[in-house]
Design a protein around this ligand. Structure first.
Ligand code: MLT
Length: 267
């Protein structure tokens, strides 16, 4: 199984396919396996690379007290360099979208196109920040099983498949405690990148779940409206994890983004 040494840590990644590179950035508290349906369904159009971000999944455990979005984005740059990739299509879901926007700010030249799934550009307000601290306390008191219960109840759509519930539980219960704490602190302290949105000059797709209680469709529409020329897909029947809950719809939208990019090139 492939690993790359990036910024002093071994990062695990899973890959599939051939052709132009596409990098898939998972959300919290998930891992590369969020993207298994994309690794399978997009292998005919892209060299798909789905890392476990620092501290997550099979990547090295981390001693970083806070996993900042900038640090995770810098790891993505390092992973691309380690794999000899100059630029790629960057697909980020939720926290992965925060990392993708940090990457756009840090190194826009490595981003060929951007897909922002179930995510937002703003920072946490005071209530959300206290919510992060309360979640850390609940995790340390109640353990990952309680967190998984909370996530299955809160992140998926109204009628989640048993498969989606099982995959979400595996990812949540497989995430190290120190990573849960450090990434919650990193998300709590992340900066507002709303002002960056009008600067996005690569083809962009914004995706939301019709039943997402965390980032409802209206917020997703606002995100898309702020990005010049962004296309938008709201997936019926899906909650916050569209890539897992509705892989066919998400893969189709990604293929259209990737193919549309060629049209932009030819103009
Ligand atoms: C995620 O899915 O990555 C998280 O729910 C994002 C967040 O909590 O802000």
């Amino acid at each position: 199984m492939p690993y790359a040494r990036v910024n002093g840590n071994m990062l695990f990644y899973r890959e599939s396919g051939e052709g132009p590179a596409a990098i898939f950035l998972h959300g919290f508290p998930l891992d590369h396996s969020l993207w298994l349906d994309q690794l399978k369904g997009l292998a005919h159009v892209r060299h798909c690379i789905a890392p476990d971000l620092r501290g997550f999944g099979r990547s090295d455990p981390t001693v970083d007290p806070v996993l900042t979005m900038e640090m995770l984005a810098d790891d993505v740059v390092g992973l691309m360099a380690a794999l000899g990739i100059d630029h790629g299509d960057v697909v980020g879901l939720s926290m992965g979208g925060y990392v993708a926007l940090a990457l756009w700010e840090l190194r826009p030249e490595v981003v060929r196109s951007l897909a922002l799934l179930d995510t937002r550009a703003g920072a946490d307000g005071p209530e959300a920040r206290s919510g992060r601290d309360a979640m850390i306390d609940r995790i340390l008191d109640g353990g990952r099983r309680a967190l998984a219960d909370e996530m299955v109840g809160g992140l998926l759509g109204r009628s989640p498949s048993r498969r989606a519930q099982a995959r979400l539980r595996s990812m949540v219960e497989g995430t190290r405690y120190e990573t849960l704490v450090a990434s919650l602190e990193g998300m709590r302290d992340r900066k507002d990148r709303s002002a960056l949105l009008p600067t996005i000059s690569v083809p962009t797709l914004v995706v939301g779940g019709e039943e997402d209680a965390l980032i409802p469709p209206d917020r997703v529409r606002e995100l898309a409206a702020a990005i010049p020329g962004a296309r938008i897909t709201i997936v019926p029947g899906a909650g916050h994890l569209t890539a897992l809950e509705a892989p066919d719809a998400v893969n189709q939208a990604l293929i259209e983004l990737f193919e549309g990019r060629k049209v932009v090139w030819w103009r």
